[in-house]
Design a protein around this ligand. Sequence first.
Ligand code: M6R
Length: 608
Amino acid sequence: MCGIVGILGKEPVAFDVVEALKRLEYRGYDSAGVATIEGGEIRRTRAEGKLKNLDGKLREAPHQGRVGIGHTRWATHGRPTENNAHPHATDRLAVVHNGIIENFRELREELTAKGAVFVSQTDTEVVAHLVTDLMKSGLAPREAVAAALPRLHGAFALGFIFGGEDNLLIGARRGAPLAVGYGEGEMYLGSDALALAPFTDRIAYLEEGDWVVLTRDGAQYFDETNTPVTRKPQKSQAGAYLVDKGNHRHFMLKEIYEQPEVVGRTLAHYVDMSAGKVQLPFDAPVDWTKLTRLSITACGTAFLAGQIGKYWFERLAKLPVEIDIASEFRYRDAPLDDGQLMIVVSQSGETADTLATLRYAKSCGNKILSVVNVPTSTIARESDAVALTLAGPEIGVASTKAFTCQLTVLASLAIAAGRARGVLSAEREAELINALIATPGLIADALKLEEPIAALSHSLAKASDVLYLGRGTSYPLAMEGALKLKEISYIHAEGYAAGELKHGPIALIDETLPVIVLAPRDHWFEKTVSNVQEVAARGGEIVLVGPQGASEACAVATLADVTMPEVPPDFSAIVYAVPVQLIAYHTAVVMGKDVDQPRNLAKSVTVE
Ligand code: M6R
């Protein structure tokens, strides 16, 4: 959830560390810090808030050290103050940490009893004192780290530098990702390859339990039994992606606009367009015909993509689907049958709860198919098969293009399953493929609605609550709309199944409550029209998102109509995601919120 960087350079490294941290700010941004070794001593600069504050402090008093570590934080233990910001240090070493040290209280007591003085509220500080304690007992830095690691419980990644050591950087991985970059006489450590892309494209990944000793000459890897192991660098594609906003005001808007391209690219990966059929680019890890049940798990937006996928697998492949959010699934002791399939959906491929559920399902004998955006991620690497979403790096904390790419992949998988299970004829498959092929163009058409949506957002920005309604696949999309709005505008919002309205939420409706109704012309259209009339009868302020003629069909006064292009019914959610995203985006912009880095959130949630 935090971002880690380490650099062993030829010149002073502090500004390069900050440059790399900027690419990790998506992992957390409540405080940041850098430590270097200067004249043999540890020197630290830390700042509350975003990286620009740290950058400003470093410009006033630049570091000269040629070895350094840096950190951008998403607070787990202790408030986001400068004092709790990383790196944490003793007179011997400085450490940066991503994750949670679960047994930090016991270690803190033990080390306090030995005389260690703790100055922060973080779990990380125990790591600094534990390794220092071992060094004071006579161990060299690498021996001390090797001895300390087995004493730390939890999921984490660490980076260390040591006083008096100008050519040493140590990293360790237990459940949180860590990559090593190879330069010319320079070496790097980072939470992902994207962070290191400005410096090198030769990247090796630590395996679970590994730790690594870096000098300017290279890297020595060890596994968790301290046995030397080889981790070969590979050429990373991370640098191929432009990580800037282009001519857009925010990454989120840029990513919304990238959707015609990335959905098209993802589709081309799964569909033989000329033959009108799905062509999976990997061997399915199970025989679709033998499955009696499919499990899906994920968190947040990825979970809502999975919810939409459930409708498709059930309708198109007649495959019963059980779906649950990963933080519940992992602790639910759900019985899972040997040989069945679990689909795991994750943009980052690093979400802790999703990963834990994957491991649980594996332990029950399930095969794992992951739908991920980062091919080198832990979830991808621990899966039996990987279905990539080719969305490219998603920087905005609010997931947009990854969501529509997840939907594209899930739709393709559902069609593949339906064909294999004999539910879909070749003609029906071709019809569905044609509907999918139309989506990039329809997304482009939906993007043309930005202006009226921006105008409507001025009214939404005044609301304190917003209700989203939908039926069928528009129900999870309604929840996605509410999640997007909450995340970036901080307006309370709920997504409800329109048919459930009368069982409770209808009591909320009055003239102060905007009700956004997602009404594509699909199997549920007529029913949704009735629900619109129920809302209108109670004075609700309706925003109707539907095709030409939807407003006439409803025959009620609305606050606004968002008139969508005519969309084939089966995969309408992929196109209707666009107005949902634009509504949240523009409402947050009108309110002056930090759209790309909303408060309290992080892009990649690698703690539970
Ligand atoms: O990387 P993942 O897809 O596993 O992340 C899951 C959620 O944390 C993520 O979708 C989150 O809900 C987004 N901020 C939503 O916009």
